[in-house]
Design a protein around this ligand. Structure first.
Ligand SMILES: Cc1cc2nc3c(=O)[nH]c(=O)nc-3n(C[C@H](O)[C@H](O)[C@H](O)COP(=O)(O)O)c2cc1C
Length: 392
């Protein structure tokens, strides 16, 4: 009997069973002590809804816009490196599920399927491209051109990963793409026979945006060594402006967690910012995105679109972010669990779960449109922003 999936937690459990440990752990981990990773989700739990009754709840809609374009709900798929290792051709599967559902998909620089692979396989909807800035400017300029040629409709520049946060599990598991099969992990791969068979059938098993496109990179083994060698530690606001001008289209800055950086991002011409701590994978000890959101909203609301990611595991979390002032959200692990559990159908299932949770919650808090979801739908603990807000 096929498993009955009613929540993102169900997809997570199935992901864990069906995907080799190295790749499941890569998804389900944060840096160092994982404090920020944990608080990203537990801080959402501190926010509570006000139950409202006898409000006409008919004709509800989740429809919204992101970057001025209509979306079925204000939830985009965040860029995820190595998606094609969670499930064969994972980027294509996720892009297709997003296109069919009517939400944007963001392709990572560190994807397995290339920009061209996704554009060819999913011609029906433009996707967004996420850029990491490399030291090799020629490579950066060329990949921007490739994104333009593939009709990507926005560039998402990630600012919070010029050096890689340490995740203990990845080092211990010897994470790489393609994976190295060793005496220690051979049984783990053999048990995941469905994953292994699908992976054997695809030719897309390494970072195809990079291999064959970057100088002297013919065979890229490790995400970690590539990041440490190639990511540009001199990235600053001047370089951000250069990339904005080079791209010339809708421009999103991702990884903003401080009101001062939010102001600088607006000055740099961001059409949207993503309030994000990279899902707790970079600066351990940073505050959760949802806790930092109100101070960022106070700093830049109305001057750029404000999106939030990190910790969203349900439609209720999406509504909490909107209530605290976000215009939209991105999800990471919530859909990666779907992909690792059931491929394209699992990504669709994750989106359906979130949409359903949003819809039912909106009915029970007495709101029919996402634009009507304001702070007054929540009960916010007095100390939610904490003493930290004073510094911001
Ligand atoms: C496995 C994994 C890989 C990621 N790879 C990238 C990436 O290549 N580029 C990027 O900008 N963010 C990357 N992120 C961060 C996500 O885009 C997003 O900010 C984060 O997943 C949001 O947190 P959530 O997973 O709790 O929803 C990655 C996150 C995960 C979990």
């Amino acid at each position: 009997m096929p498993p009955v999936i009613t929540s993102i937690a169900d997809l997570k459990a199935l992901h864990r069973r069906r995907t080799p440990r190295m790749f499941y752990d890569y998804c389900d981990s944060g840096s160092w002590t994982e404090q920020t990773y944990r608080e990203n989700t537990t801080d959402f739990e501190k926010l509570r809804f006000r139950q409202r009754v006898a409000v006409d709840m008919s004709g509800r809609s989740l429809a919204s816009t992101m970057l001025g374009r209509p979306v079925a709900m204000p939830v985009a798929l965040a860029p995820i490196g190595s998606l094609g290792m969670q499930s064969a051709d994972g980027e294509i599967k996720a892009a297709r599920a997003a296109a069919r559902f009517g939400v944007p998909f963001t392709l990572s620089t560190m994807s397995i399927c290339s920009i061209e692979d996704v554009a060819e396989a999913v011609p029906e909807a433009p996707f967004w491209f996420q850029l990491y800035v490399m030291q090799d400017e020629e490579f950066v300029d060329r990949i921007i051109e490739r994104a333009r040629a593939a009709r990507c409709s926005a560039l998402v520049l990630t600012l919070d990963l010029q050096i890689l946060g340490q995740r203990h599990k990845d080092l211990k598991n010897g994470l790489s793409a393609p994976p190295k099969i060793t005496a220690r992990n051979a049984w783990d791969f053999a048990r995941r026979w469905r994953w292994s068979m699908e992976m054997a059938r695809t030719r897309r098993r390494t970072f195809r945006n990079i291999v064959g496109h970057a100088k002297d990179v013919g065979d890229l083994r490790s995400l970690m060594s590539w990041t440490n060698e190639q990511f540009d530690p001199r990235l600053d606001w001047g370089k951000v402006a250069r990339i904005r001008d080079r791209w010339g289209g809708p421009f999103v800055l991702k990884g903003i967690l401080d009101p001062e950086d939010a102001r600088l991002a607006v000055e740099a011409g961001a059409d949207a910012i993503v309030v994000s701590n990279h899902g707790g994978r970079q600066l351990d000890g940073a505050l959760s995105s949802i806790r930092m959101l109100p101070s960022i909203v106070r700093a830049v609301k109305g001057r750029t679109e404000i999106w939030l990611d990190s910790g969203i595991r349900s439609g209720q979390d999406v509504l909490k972010a909107l209530a605290l002032g976000a215009d939209a959200t991105m999800i990471g692990r919530a859909y990666v669990h779907g992909l690792g559990a059931m491929g394209e159908a699992g990504v669709t299932r994750a989106l359906e779960v979130i949409a359903r949770e949003m819809d039912v919650t909106m009915a029970l808090i007495g709101r029919r449109r996402v634009a009507e979801v304001g702070r007054d739908v929540l009960l916010v603990p007095r100390d939610f922003e904490g003493e930290w807000a004073e510094n911001a």
